[in-house]
Design a protein around this ligand. Structure first.
Ligand code: FMN
Length: 405
């Protein structure tokens, strides 16, 4: 199989075969089926919200490349009159720098330096993109979902429900057939903002925001919450996860914030922190609501709608190889979403043709030593992953996560 993998890696440098998950199943007996926000997807690799999901051309290229899902750029919620309490996040900035960054552990990885924030065009323009994504989703070519930054009040302030209602209704109308799938972004720039300096305030958001989105939606909605790396310790990351019981999925965890330079960053610092926190989940997140000092009581009348259900996990952060995908999967992630690895200089990919998405998928799946196929075969050889019905299943990695022994 190793020789076969070398051959595939070589020949797919020119072009990734359409429907590569079928090829992986037939050739290696590996079922890459994965899951995001309750949807079954053919493999685990998706694109995180950001500058690479801003227009229909990017979506078409990603569908063509065979990506599993795309999260659209985060739009800032507004009310009927167009007022946006989070308007500070709707800034225009185009310049991005893809640069190397050395982590505290001394490993050098990649990061994208950028001073921008959320969607900076109109809601109507965003809805046109949502409709294009809906059409690709219905045609089963690519799962596409919107991402929103809704109002986040200070502790003593009420939520602006008018923004939740108006934006969610417009998204639901554009999406059509329910359920509406939506990701709620808690971004690194928010983590760096004075709004996020208070733990109790963050815990209140995480408990209440999913419930508010649900009650603002005219029909059924599935909600993924993309958690930030807050400026507190690992235990607080766990407390955030435990607080967010109303979400159907958690994306763990958005980029770190460099307060000195005033920018978000990734690289190995990010994946090392994320994986370390996920390692600590098993005994603690399931233990119930967080006992966070200063944690306020929930607004009267609000209850999470899915008590006791653990949200599905989707990993994000410095995923630059199939091996990293397996690292996140073995800590419970049923899929992953990447940004930086889709933005590297062309010379960094072994593939010589195709879009960046195609070239990235080629490396992530077929690299003979660090790709997803190689990493899963290696686990099998080590006796850590077993075949069922003759196949290795990607989703078994997540479902075996954290089992004693
Ligand atoms: C330039 C840039 C813009 C981003 N914008 C958003 C955004 O609007 N909303 C969001 O939820 N995440 C955003 N992200 C975070 C990415 O979706 C991703 O979760 C994060 O960068 C970690 O993955 P990576 O290490 O593969 O880049 C952005 C990331 C980058 C690099």
């Amino acid at each position: 199989m190793r020789a076969q993998l070398e051959r595939d890696f070589q020949r797919f440098q020119r072009e990734l075969p359409p429907g590569f998950p079928d090829h992986v199943r037939e050739t290696y007996g590996i079922d890459l089926t994965a899951r995001y926000l309750g949807e079954t997807i053919p493999h685990p690799i998706g694109k995180g919200s950001g500058q690479l999901s801003l227009n229909e051309t990017q979506l078409a290229a990603d569908a063509e490349a065979g990506l599993a899902f795309v999260v659209l750029k985060t739009v800032i919620a507004q009310d009927e009159a167009g007022s946006q309490s989070m308007a500070a996040w709707a800034v225009h900035e185009t310049k991005m720098t893809v640069e190397r960054r050395r982590a505290a552990s001394n490993r050098t990885g990649w990061t994208v330096t950028w001073k921008g924030r959320g969607w900076d065009r109109t809601l109507d323009e965003y809805l046109a993109l949502v409709r294009a994504g809906r059409d690709l989703t219905r045609a089963r070519r690519l799962l596409v979902l919107p991402s929103v930054k809704y109002h986040l009040p200070r502790l003593q302030e009420p939520f602006r429900d008018a923004e939740y209602r108006y934006t969610t209704r417009r998204l639901a109308d554009a999406w059509g057939e329910p359920p509406l799938l939506v990701e709620k972004d808690f971004s690194p720039t928010l983590a760096g903002d004075s709004l996020a300096a208070d733990r109790g305030q963050i815990v209140r958001w995480l408990r209440e925001v999913p419930v508010r989105i649900r009650s603002a939606s005219p029909g059924p909605v599935r909600i993924a919450v993309k958690l930030m790396n807050a400026r507190f310790d690992d235990d607080f990351q766990l407390a955030m996860m435990a607080a967010c019981t109303g979400a159907d999925a958690l994306v763990v965890f958005n980029r770190l914030f460099d307060a000195e330079r005033g920018v978000a960053y990734g690289g190995w610092d990010l994946s090392e922190r994320n994986l370390r926190v996920l390692d600590a989940i098993a005994p603690r997140v399931s233990a119930g609501p967080p006992n966070t000092p200063g944690s306020p009581p929930l607004t009267p009348g609000l209850r999470p709608l899915t008590p006791g259900l653990r949200p599905g996990l989707c990993g994000t952060g410095n995923i630059c190889s199939g091996r990293l995908i397996v690292d996140y999967a073995r800590r419970g992630c049923e899929s992953v979403q990447l940004h930086t690895f889709f933005q590297l200089p062309l010379s960094e990919y072994a593939a010589t043709r195709g879009s960046r998405t195609q070239r990235a998928l080629h490396a992530l799946v077929f690299h003979p030593s660090d790709g997803l196929v190689a990493a899963m075969l290696e686990l099998e050889a080590a006796g850590e992953l077993e075949r069922r019905d003759g196949a290795l299943h990607f989703l078994d990695l997540a479902s075996h996560a954290h089992r004693p022994g």
